[in-house]
Write a protein that binds this ligand. Structure first.
Ligand SMILES: Nc1ncnc2c1ncn2[C@@H]1O[C@H](COP(=O)(O)OP(=O)(O)OP(=O)(O)O)[C@@H](O)[C@H]1O
Ligand SMILES: [Mg+2]
Length: 243
């Protein structure tokens, strides 16, 4: 098994709130991890720190063995990140934005040409290629954000609610694509949709109040429910906070 991500005692405090409390875990190639938990559990904060977008108050992140704090540029070059709400440059066209992001990620001219075609196809955004991002619907903006995360074909993908705002056809398409991509990558997906979990993910991490309270396969998690139901197991594991 090829270890892609190592998170050690990661910690983040906002004023009097401990958003992420000494979280440690490892993730290997081929794992598609559902990061679940109630609103405010710390999922986005954890992802933002793994992505190197938010500085932790303590702990370490290693991406393909590279320490994020000591070598952020190299560590980030191995990550594709779709942040919560997918911040984008609204006054740019889809094409101009992705071209610019490809330059930032250091793709050379030939690579860039090919990858722009690839991500256009993968995220199904050809119809909005020349439109200004701020004029796009929420679902299409999400797709552009997803395309951005795939540009450098990184070994680690961090997707914060990737199916949020997508119509049912697009949800199916993105789920299928993520499953395919996950064969050769490590993917962490934050979601509130149990269909996302059952259709894409082979590992579940459940967060509550900044801590990981369960980590395992669907079968492992279901053992916490006499009714053999995920919702019931989540309710039990979070003391009634979730599901
Ligand atoms: N920039 C910030 N400043 C202050 N508090 C913050 C900030 N970002 C997050 N928090 C707090 O940290 C906690 C964890 O928030 P986070 O956004 O990580 O939760 P989440 O699990 O992603 O929730 P959701 O399911 O709603 O997306 C919450 O109590 C939140 O209010
Ligand atoms: Mg969140």
């Amino acid at each position: 098994m090829e270890k892609i991500l190592e998170v050690h005692a990661l910690y983040k405090q906002f004023a009097d709130i401990c958003a992420v409390d000494q979280v440690s875990f490892e993730a290997n190639k081929g794992e598609i991890i559902a990061l679940l938990g109630p609103n405010g559990a710390g999922k986005s904060t954890l992802m933002n720190m793994i992505a190197g977008y938010l500085a932790p108050n303590g702990g370490d992140v290693f991406v393909t063995g590279i320490n994020m704090e000591q070598n952020p540029i190299d560590a980030k070059s191995n990550i594709g990140f779709l942040a919560e709400g997918a911040p984008l440059y609204g006054d740019m066209s889809t094409a101009a934005f992705l071209d610019y992001m490809a330059d930032l990620k250091g793709l050379d001219k030939a690579q860039k040409k090919q990858r722009l075609l690839d991500v256009q196809e993968m995220a199904q955004i050809s119809t909005v290629w020349h439109k200004k991002i701020e004029t796009l619907s929420k679902g299409y903006q999400r797709r552009v954000g997803f395309a951005q995360s795939l540009l450098s074909d990184p070994p680690l993908l961090l997707l914060d609610e990737p199916t949020d705002g997508l119509d049912p056809n697009q949800k199916d398409h993105i789920r299928h694509l993520i499953k395919e991509l996950g064969k050769n990558k490590t993917i962490i997906i934050s979601t509130h949709l149990l269909d996302d979990v059952s259709e894409m993910c082979n590992r579940i991490m459940l967060m509550n109040k900044g801590c990981i309270v369960a980590d395992g396969t669907m079968q492992d998690i279901l053992q916490h429910s006499e009714k053999h139901s995920l919702e019931d197991a989540f309710r039990y594991l979070t003391g009634g906070q979730y599901a």
